[in-house]
Design a protein around this ligand. Structure first.
Ligand SMILES: [Cu+2]
Length: 193
């Protein structure tokens, strides 16, 4: 196919190892080099800040903003720009214990629709699920306070799909302060990277 040969040519020209070299790839499951990496393609792994109780159908996520200085501290557990995805099973009740360790800036968290990019200023940060946003989420002076402010939210992840955990404080999501949030219809949970 001409499409495939074009892709191979582009890969060679860019010296990229298209479709190979990823940890965990199994023979026969290599992604089509013509498609971008699929975040759902890697297995969700346990993380010490995500605890799942299958009997109670609950997930507890301790979500730390500014845990590292990655992305100017505008990150969640060091991840920004969708580099990681929190995965919860559909129908589970999710509690997010949000903690802002950024020493300077207010931050927030909400489960929002995925987007190719996020605005510098949010006019509306209505969450996908009822209750899935911290208070005053769009405010740079009344969201969750810097230097170890905390807030907890609880919601039911009632519909399977791909969403995002986004900070709606001005200027932060546009510079990458968001990670993925997947509600799995197949019961998966953990962290996908
Ligand atoms: Cu933020």
């Amino acid at each position: 196919m001409s499409t495939q040969s074009t892709v191979l040519t582009l890969c060679a020209a860019a010296l990229l190892g298209c479709g190979s070299g990823e940890d965990g790839d199994q023979p026969g499951s290599a992604p089509d080099p013509a498609t971008p990496p699929d975040p759902a393609g890697s297995e969700a792994m346990p993380a010490d800040w995500i605890s799942v109780d299958d009997a109670a159908r609950t997930v507890s996520v301790t979500l730390v903003a500014g845990a590292t200085d990655a992305n100017n501290r505008w990150n969640f557990h060091g991840y920004a720009n969708g580099e990681a995805t929190v995965v919860v099973p559909v129908g589970y009740t999710v509690t997010v214990n949000f903690e802002n360790r950024d020493p300077v800036h207010y931050h927030s968290i909400g489960v929002l629709a995925t987007a190719a990019s996020y605005p510098p200023i949010f006019e509306d940060a209505s969450p996908v699920f009822d209750g899935a946003v911290t208070s005053n989420a769009t405010s740079m002076s009344e969201a969750t306070a810097p230097a170890d402010g905390t807030e907890s939210i609880t919601f039911v992840a009632s519909e399977a799909g791909e969403y995002a955990l986004v900070c709606a404080v001005p200027a932060t999501a546009v510079t990458g302060m968001w990670i993925g949030f997947e509600v799995s219809g197949s019961g998966e949970s953990g962290l996908r990277r």
